[in-house]
Ligand binder design. Structure first.
Ligand SMILES: Nc1nc2c(ncn2[C@@H]2O[C@H](COP(=O)(O)OP(=O)(O)OP(=O)(O)O)[C@@H](O)[C@H]2O)c(=O)[nH]1
Ligand SMILES: [Mg+2]
Length: 464
């Protein structure tokens, strides 16, 4: 079995994480308290509710006292530097699901300060967190990935999240590191120093993560206000992105894939691993009866800018690679043909130097109560617009060094800000480079030299 260990950090990480686990329980038919009686598990009747699919990816089974029940425990660690959010999880719908000693909270918080989350609070809690993670890994058969959920705008998710990412990278170099990272929007946030936290955190994501599933609050806000007419941005669940990406690991499908294969196929250059994610269908309930919900319609919507969880238009950039993962009754040939037609009609949107840049996976088991649904994961160069937006906001404050004293007081040096910013500027220009330059014009010089020397050799033989 190839397991995934989830870590959720800070307020945002834990709030979106709680929703994630609720949905994954529903998807695998595991009750929200994680308990199923032995009798129900051994009952051969189809109508008895039992876990379905490869739930072991996200859950481990523990027999409870007396052996009459089995407890399904999420492979999850919950960390926050303040007690509020974890307390509300302890008293909420999932109060009996998580292992109590996997919920670690401090009292003081990181005060929206990356430096506090990384240096001060980080130093205090990192060893305990790593110890829980090590134990969790020991209980796995063959762990495939870590999945980290956090925001980059606060102090804990960004600062402690960066430290943890770095430690996991050092200690588990063979295990994939996937981040579900929430990027800030001025529409839904009151954190003034967010631009600093974001740039510092993004620089770590560039260097240490293997894949960042970007969840942009700016896009969530627009989708919720304009499309779904709801006010809570958490209405859109991050299950849709990582749950989609891990579908093939959790259910047998027509075309198989797993997160490592996905990563190999999605990332042509190691630093360019910021994914734009999208969903289809993504409509208000009153529109649903008017949908055909067939492959053609779901696929068409999948490429729509308004279905992306990132506020950037994929048409303003080019697709390096992308993956489409379908849930529900599908036909692989039809999916492939539909996608190929779209690519042929919009060929300028796809880089021509990666000939097979689409990865498609499908799973016949639908999400409970849903029709056909698809998740889109794209490595599109327009993601640079989000990075640019973050950098511009950072630059305005940094020009006057506003609020910088909060960071230097924690022991940070200005140089660290400069280095992080330079890293982001570099990655923006790397994405920019692949937006415009046709690669034919850009043949590396060593190839040109090789061609010249072959020609010389040719003419030398001619003279003999
Ligand atoms: N999408 C989404 N964004 C959230 C949520 N909660 C907070 N955020 C965003 O996260 C950023 C603030 O980070 P938090 O996660 O609250 O901060 P934290 O990691 O707990 O760090 P500190 O509280 O500063 O120690 C802002 O950009 C918020 O808009 C949530 O439940 N969903
Ligand atoms: Mg917090």
């Amino acid at each position: 079995m190839r397991e995934i260990v989830s870590v959720q950090i800070g307020q945002c990480g834990n709030q979106i994480g709680e929703k994630f686990w609720e949905t994954i329980c529903i998807d695998h038919q595991i009750p929200l308290d994680g308990k199923i009686s032995q009798q129900a598990l051994s009952d051969p009747r189809e109508d008895i509710l039992k876990p379905r699919g490869k739930y072991e990816v996200y859950f481990k089974e523990i027999g409870t006292y007396g052996g009459s029940e089995v407890q399904f425990v999420p492979r999850s660690v919950l960390v926050d530097m303040e007690p509020g959010v974890l307390d509300s999880i302890r008293g909420g719908k999932l109060r009996d699901l998580f292992k109590p000693d996997h919920m670690l909270n401090g009292q003081d918080g990181s005060c929206n300060n990356w430096a506090k989350g990384y240096l001060h609070q980080g130093g205090e809690y990192i060893e305990q967190t790593m110890e829980i993670i090590r134990r969790e890994c020991e209980s796995c058969d063959c762990i495939q990935a870590f999945q980290l959920a956090h925001s980059v705008g606060g102090g804990t998710g960004s600062g402690f999240g960066s430290l943890l990412l770095c430690r996991l990278y050092d200690e588990f170099p063979d295990i994939l590191l996937m981040n579900a990272s929430v990027l800030p929007s001025t529409q839904v946030s009151d954190v003034v120093v967010e631009p600093y936290n974001t740039i510092l955190s993004l620089a770590y994501l560039v260097d240490y993560s293997n894949g960042v599933f970007c969840i942009d609050n700016e896009a969530l806000y627009k989708i919720c206000m304009n499309k779904l007419k709801v006010e809570r941005i958490n209405y859109i669940n991050y299950y849709s992105t990582l749950g989609g990406a891990t579908t093939s690991l959790r259910y047998p499908g027509q075309l198989n894939s797993d997160v490592r294969k996905l990563s190999v196929n999605m990332v042509p250059f190691p630093r360019l691993h910021f994914y734009m994610t999208g969903l289809s269908p993504l409509v208000h309930d009153y529109v649903k009866p008017y949908l055909k919900n067939d492959i053609a319609e779901v696929t068409r919507d999948l490429f729509e800018p308004s279905n992306m969880l990132c506020d950037c238009d994929p048409r303003s950039g080019r697709y390096l690679t992308f993956a489409a993962i379908y849930r529900g009754q599908t036909n692989t040939r039809e999916i492939e043909e539909t996608i190929m037609n779209f690519q042929n009609k919009n060929s300028s949107s796809f880089v021509e130097w990666i000939p097979h840049n689409a990865k498609v996976a499908s799973c016949d088991v639908p999400l409970k109560g849903r029709g056909l649904k698809a998740t889109f994961i794209a490595n599109n160069t327009s993601i640079q617009n989000i990075l640019r937006r973050s950098r511009d906001r950072y630059f305005k404050m940094m020009k006057r060094k506003a609020f910088l004293h909060w960071y230097t007081a924690q022991g940070m040096e200005e140089l660290q800000f400069m280095e992080a910013e330079a890293n982001i500027v570099d990655i923006i220009s790397e994405y920019e480079q692949y937006t415009h330059v046709p690669v034919d014009d850009d043949i590396p010089s060593e190839f040109c030299e090789l061609e010249d020397s072959l020609e010389e050799l040719d003419s030398g033989f001619g003279g003999l």
